[in-house]
Design a protein around this ligand. Sequence first.
Ligand SMILES: [Zn+2]
Length: 340
Amino acid sequence: MKKSVKIIIAVIACVLVIGGVIGGYVGYELTYHPSKWLVEGDDALEDIPYEEEVENLPLMANTWQEALPQTEIYTLIKNHFDAPLPEGKTEKKAIVIGYDGCRVDTFRLIETSKRSAIKTLVDMGGQAVFSYAGGVMYPEENIQATSTAPGWCSMLIGRWANEIGVTNNGQPKPVEPKTLLLSLVEEGKADKSAFYVSWDGHFSKKDATYINEKHYAKDNGVNTVFRRALFDPGTKFNIISDLKKEDCSDFIFSTLEYTDHEGHSTGFTPMNIKYVSAFRNAEDAGMDIIETVTARKTYDTEDWLILITTDHGGYGGGHGGPTFEERMTFIVSNKPILQK
Ligand SMILES: [Zn+2]
């Protein structure tokens, strides 16, 4: 090969690599650091101890000492589908919008929100409550890692995930006990369900948590969609595309990585403006999703349960451990959660 040709190829290769790196960086920044929902004062929150923060959070219908186990999500969904249809309603529907790694003290930011999905659900007649990850209530030492796979799995099976061997990420759960995504469809409570995510640890890798269920669903014709987008805007797009269909999935379970991603990069705390931005972006996506639900032509005749929750909190740049900050979570619903 001529020397000049080699040089041209080398230059083209360099341009492609540099362009790829810059494009990737810009794409990442646009996806995870858009700040259009930030409000004045977001960078100047008063720094108060976490214990004090959770005593004084707005919206909460219980105290942190009365926190519900995160497995309650399963019960709420199961009860919703088992309950008779209210008058005038012809179909049961439910959606979980998961904010991965969202600390409950981000609720300090809601009062000033331009768009808050959490506040919207409470305003629809719902409730926001404290819940906890880790298998037992703080301050008792946790028996389950405050990690992503055990957290979401506990909600989807209604038992602490460590009981079935999902003690951390990268541990495929056995098909049994099945998650609500499969069981609701197999029991005929839902015609179809969908799992929308942007994290590859759910069902996109060999050692992913739900890889066995994904194969089981395919092999047995269970009407459950497992769809992963590369980034959260893609996940939101997948959810909204589904919700815009006349015959949308009856049960949707989704997780958005905004807060977890940013927490790992720059710190899990509302004192961190980038974490604040991530929370506000998750809330904006949540609002887009709720508005798509309520804009459905058949919304008036559908009985919707809409939940927002998180799998764990965070401390410093991580989670998995026993701290109060990692253990406290929340459940927000468009319907009352606590029994009167
Ligand atoms: Zn997580």
